[in-house]
Write a protein that binds this ligand. Structure first.
Ligand code: GDP
Ligand code: CA
Length: 339
């Protein structure tokens, strides 16, 4: 079976690892392949290096190199390079990059500099982590640089703004808002800079069109899934897909499990509920897993098949069960297409 999934960072990566585990333990599905369309809106250039946090989180998690406690970055990490940069006064210091992780960004930047596309570079990096051997293909959503920026009130956000705006609002890179400001400053708007010139990376639209089932892991609906949906052609391909699209709610009891999805939803004027998040996908979503705490049946888009179950991705086993429930729902919807 061909499975296509859209994914951000930690939530997406954990779900995908559970999905692989579920497929491996299910003989009828063990030879299934997974194509992951990864968010690159979080990408940033730091110290001259191209950093792709969400792609790397997926790669390290599936490849067994992730820092489990953090959910991002490498296991057994050291900070010598960052310490040296700090000693020189090189900034920013608010974005944590470990020494092993630096290796990834140096290799990526070198290959990009030699003219390889981000898709080609990502495939090379994933080879090292054995993703192809697991039947997993990680595709960046686009090979063109797209960066999510956050519009905030200019008096917010500490004293080291660039002062360029002069007006009542200014835009900062998503990472500055998320990591340095911890999303505590109200976001007024998200802008996907470069999206107007972006096209879907090779294989992305085909992966949606040719999938047997399509899954939306519990990734951030605004700055992970929402950004991917903004890539020209992606949303249309999902709407037109014959394969059922099943999503997993990133909210439990109307709150994000980790991260600041609530602040992101507020910025776009959407309630922080499993119903409202489903509403963001209403034009293409067929099935939706919500947590038991989120009252199935009330306020969901019409014709959406909603199932409630525990959605805490506590460990690999429970995550595999969640992924299994998503796959089963998709297979059920595949057999009973809506009219
Ligand atoms: P990021 O790019 O690292 O922020 O990761 P994603 O966008 O892929 O996922 C972030 C989302 O994952 C957040 O909105 C969380 O609410 C959600 N999430 C994290 N852990 C869990 C979990 O155990 N269960 C569910 N249902 N959602 C989770
Ligand atoms: Ca992210």
């Amino acid at each position: 079976m061909r499975i296509t999934a859209l994914a951000g960072g930690v939530g997406g990566a954990r779900f995908l690892r559970g999905l692989r585990a579920h497929l491996n333990r299910t003989p009828a599905l063990s030879d299934s392949t997974i194509t992951v369309i990864g968010n690159t809106g979080d990408d940033i250039t730091l110290f001259g290096l191209r950093v792709c946090p969400d792609l790397d989180t997926v790669m390290y998690t599936l490849g067994g190199g992730i820092n489990e406690e953090q959910g991002w970055g490498r296991a057994d990490e050291t900070q010598s390079v960052q310490g040296e940069l700090a000693a020189y006064g090189a900034v920013p210091q608010w974005f944590g990059l470990g020494d092993r992780d630096f290796g990834t960004h140096i290799a990526r930047s070198q290959w990009l500099g030699q003219g390889l596309s981000l898709s080609e570079v990502t495939a090379r990096l994933c080879d090292r982590w054995g993703l192809p051997d697991q039947g997993v293909r990680l595709l960046p959503m686009s090979d063109s640089p797209v960066e999510t920026h956050v519009v905030i009130d200019s008096e917010d956000g500490g004293g080291d703004g660039d002062g360029a705006g002069g007006g009542p609002q200014r835009a900062v890179h998503f990472q500055e808002w998320w990591v340095r400001m911890r999303a505590a400053v109200p976001a007024r708007k998200f802008i996907a800079v470069g999206m107007d010139r972006a096209t879907a990376a090779p294989g992305v639209l085909d992966a949606i069109r040719e999938a047997d089932i399509i899954l939306l892991p519990p990734s951030n609906p605004v700055v992970s899934i929402g950004i991917i949906l903004g890539v020209p052609g992606v949303r249309d391909a999902l709407r037109g897909s014959v394969a059922p699209v099943v999503g997993v709610s990133p909210l439990i009891g109307g709150a994000p499990v980790r991260g600041h999805a609530d602040a992101c939803l507020t910025a776009i004027g959407v309630e922080c509920t499993a119903q409202a998040v489903a509403g963001l996908y209403a034009d293409f979503l067929d099935g939706w897993l919500v947590d038991d705490l989120d009252e199935p049946g009330i306020g969901f888009p019409p014709r959406l098949e909603v199932q409630a179950r525990p959605l805490w991705m506590n460990d690999l086993e429970t995550t595999a069960d969640i992924a299994g429930a998503a796959v089963d729902l998709a297979l059920k919807l595949r057999r009973t297409p809506s009219v």
